[in-house]
Write a new protein. Structure first.
Length: 337
């Protein structure tokens, strides 16, 4: 199946646009980051994020079209415009979805509303063409930690999820407590590179218990440890905390893969860009004899190529979305069971 889709992603603090052909060939991918805007606040400020999306969206879309070579025709030769409609920050979602709907009407092409989490599940498919289904996918980001059995595009079973804090949220909170900066994931990884992962024996919550996740207690353990040992090096704390998170995540995705007889293991979401997590997952998969498919770091963080890919599949199999499709900050993955 062919088809060229413009994807737009504005669910949080990245303004992104991309052009993807046939759900797999990335013609362009442009991302405008708001990290510097929010760094002084230690986290994303929703109102500022929405305003920033509004200021740069037109330019980001124009650049994506130019890089793909589609800006020579008016209107561009597209088969659809896809945009994230949830989950995410309401103000941010509205900017991207409204812009996509306007382009859809102006160019006379279908609009497709895409689930941001489903987009992350398509990230690995953009760079790995031959996959053996089902896949055990660990989707870990700032707001979500979900273990999914992906039986194929559009068919997902929930295996486990966080009972409290998501992994990325724990990274952000620990980084903020240690004064390492924002965003927390990269800040922790940078500090941990100079630390001893065995300096602190932090707990591994639910390590040997089922497929659900929990990181709130680990975060609290870090705070208590630092307060009891104020002389401790931030690098050692960061390394020990990161190792605890990695141990839990790898154990869960491997257990899930074995439970469903997975033909492969995938990581998805921003936390999937973490180097030690990627290395440990690859090593565990090799030990189990299960292929591990890792998206590039650029495809782990929020981007519009994954939205375009998911939008292309949705258009081909489910058809376009109504123009009155509403944004939903709490939109859940469409599990089949």
């Amino acid at each position: 199946m062919t088809g060229t889709v413009l994807g737009i992603e504005t669910s949080c603090d990245e303004t992104a646009a991309a052009v993807v052909r046939a759900g797999a060939d990335i013609c362009s991918s442009v991302i405008s980051s708001q990290v510097d805007l929010h760094a002084g606040y230690g986290g994303v400020v929703p109102e500022l994020a929405g305003r920033a999306h509004l200021e740069v969206l037109t330019a980001v879309v124009a650049e994506a079209l130019a890089r793909s070579g589609l800006d020579g025709a008016r209107p561009p030769v597209l088969d659809a415009v896809a945009a994230t409609v949830g989950p995410g920050l309401m103000g941010s979602l509205l900017v991207g979805a409204s812009g996509a709907k306007a382009l859809s009407m102006a160019w006379g092409v279908p609009f497709v509303g895409v689930n941001h989490l489903e987009g992350h599940l398509f990230a690995a498919l953009l760079e790995h063409r031959r996959l053996a289904w089902p896949l055990a996918v660990l989707l870990v980001s700032g707001g979500h930690s979900i273990l999914v059995c992906m039986e194929g595009p559009g068919r997902y079973r929930r295996l486990g999820a966080t009972l409290d804090d998501a992994a990325g949220e724990a990274f952000d909170k620990v980084a903020r407590f240690l004064g390492l900066g924002y965003p927390g994931g990269p800040a922790i990884e940078r500090a941990a590179a100079g630390g001893d992962p065995a300096a602190f024996d932090f707990p591994r919550p639910l390590l040997d218990d089922g497929l659900d996740l929990s990181f709130s207690g680990l975060k609290t353990a870090v705070v208590r440890a630092v307060r009891s040992r104020p002389e401790a090096r931030d690098e050692d704390v960061a390394a020990s905390f990161q190792q605890a998170v990695v141990d839990v995540l790898v154990a869960k995705v491997c257990r899930g893969a074995l439970a469903v007889g997975a033909g492969g293991i995938c990581l998805a979401g921003g936390v999937a860009a973490n180097g030690p997590l990627r290395e440990a997952t690859s090593a565990a998969g090799a030990e189990l004899g299960i292929p591990v498919y890792l998206p590039s770091r650029a495809m782990c963080t929020d981007n519009a190529a994954m939205i375009a890919a998911a939008g292309w599949w949705q258009l081909e199999h489910l058809g376009p979305s109504p123009l009155d499709t509403a944004c939903d900050p709490a939109l859940a993955l469409p599990f089949v069971s």
